[in-house]
Design a protein around this ligand. Structure first.
Ligand SMILES: Nc1nc2c(c(=O)[nH]1)N[C@H]1C(S)=C(S)[C@@H](COP(=O)(O)O)O[C@H]1N2
Ligand SMILES: [Mo]
Length: 329
């Protein structure tokens, strides 16, 4: 992948119950619960409303999850592949909630529900729902593909993929978190003291060098354009530092793409490889001042038993042979 937009045909897929084949003319979105007037929208109803197109990343909360305890997989496809970035088109959820009239005295959350067999339901705070959440039908200039939720999906910028409910058919406005199976048994973080952390939804600041990366081979010494991606669920990327010696010395990379909030940002930096062993790392910093932690610092807080929300610094080891390996320092 070059730049920051993932071509739709290369978008990652995650299904809890396969992809669903939905006839858009029969599809409906219901909004009910703590609203003045519950409503049912057809696709035609929705596509007449004021619309927005925005570029955002989507990352599964389990991306990089296999790296918690030790190195488990060889390439960036496996370590960071559950990540994509698209231009999404749809209607802001706030427009629909205004249309139904929220009971602002009681309403605190919404519950989003998909039409597939997975009973995928996720609680989202009302503040977030009224901020930048989109009910989307478009992706990269075309209709969503069936694998990505055709004809309708929720886009929840900065939040883990599981909340981006696909095949979206219902939104219920409620007064407290629903604690559904996908937020009380699954998608929780097991902490070192044995307690579970719930509703940790933001995808924190993170980056990875995509070239060169695990499984690739550097052919000879000399100049290389080292390239990677950085992103933060809290806003824009401010800076990306790159180290070639396992974190002893750092140089700032060039942010060579447009820098948008809650979107992938492309970074590049020139490197003269002298043919000796090297340890490549990238460290992103976002506009809120959050710094991507190294794996030791993350484990000190989170332990090693988690699956989700691993945003630690990735290390690629370059050997004299030019082969690149996934290692942990
Ligand atoms: N209805 C429905 N929505 C869903 C899912 C699902 O299985 N069913 N999977 C979720 C998970 S865990 C992720 S990471 C994203 C993946 O979106 P994608 O397949 O478009 O990449 O969709 C989320 N929304
Ligand atoms: Mo996911």
């Amino acid at each position: 992948m070059f730049g920051i937009i993932t071509p739709s045909g290369l978008h990652f897929e995650r299904h809890h119950q396969g992809w669903w084949d939905i006839d858009p003319s029969n599809h409906r979105l219901m909004i009910n619960g703590l609203v003045k007037a519950a409503k049912v929208y057809t696709m035609d109803d929705l596509m007449r409303l004021p619309q927005v197109s925005r570029i955002h990343f989507i990352e599964c909360g389990a991306n990089t999850g296999m790296e918690w305890a030790k190195v488990a997989v060889p390439t960036v496809q496996y370590t960071h592949g559950m990540l994509s970035c698209s231009e999404f088109t749809g209607v802001l959820l706030s427009t629909l909630l205004d249309d139904c009239g929220i009971d602002l005295k009681k309403a605190r959350v919404i519950l989003a529900e998909g039409a597939d067999g997975s009973s995928m339901t996720r609680t989202i705070s009302l503040d977030r729902a009224l901020d930048d959440v989109i009910v989307a039908w478009g992706q990269n200039g075309e209709m969503l593909r069936p694998e990505n939720g055709y004809p309708l999906r929720l886009v929840v910028p900065g939040v883990q993929g599981v909340s981006w409910v696909k095949y979206l058919r219902r939104i219920e406005v409620g007064d407290m978190p629903y604690a559904t199976k996908d937020e009380s048994v699954h998608y929780i973080d097991l902490m070192p003291d044995g307690q579970h952390r719930q509703y940790s939804s933001i995808q924190e600041v993170k980056s990875v060098i995509t070239s060169p990366s695990g499984g690739q081979v550097m052919l000879e010494n000399g100049f290389y354009n080292v390239s990677g991606l950085a992103w933060s669920g809290r806003g824009r990327i401010k800076r990306v530092d790159v180290s070639f010696d396992g974190g002893n010395n750092w140089r700032s990379a060039d942010l060579t793409s447009i820098v948008l909030p809650k979107a992938l940002t492309r970074f590049n930096i020139g490197w003269q490889w002298d043919g000796k062993p090297a340890m490549l790392q990238s460290r992103a910093i976002d506009e809120t001042g959050q710094i991507q932690p190294d794996s030791r610092a993350l484990r000190a807080v989170r332990g090693t038993k988690s699956i989700y929300h691993n945003n630690s610094i990735q290390t690629w080891q370059v050997r004299e042979s030019g082969e690149v390996f996934n290692v942990q320092l």
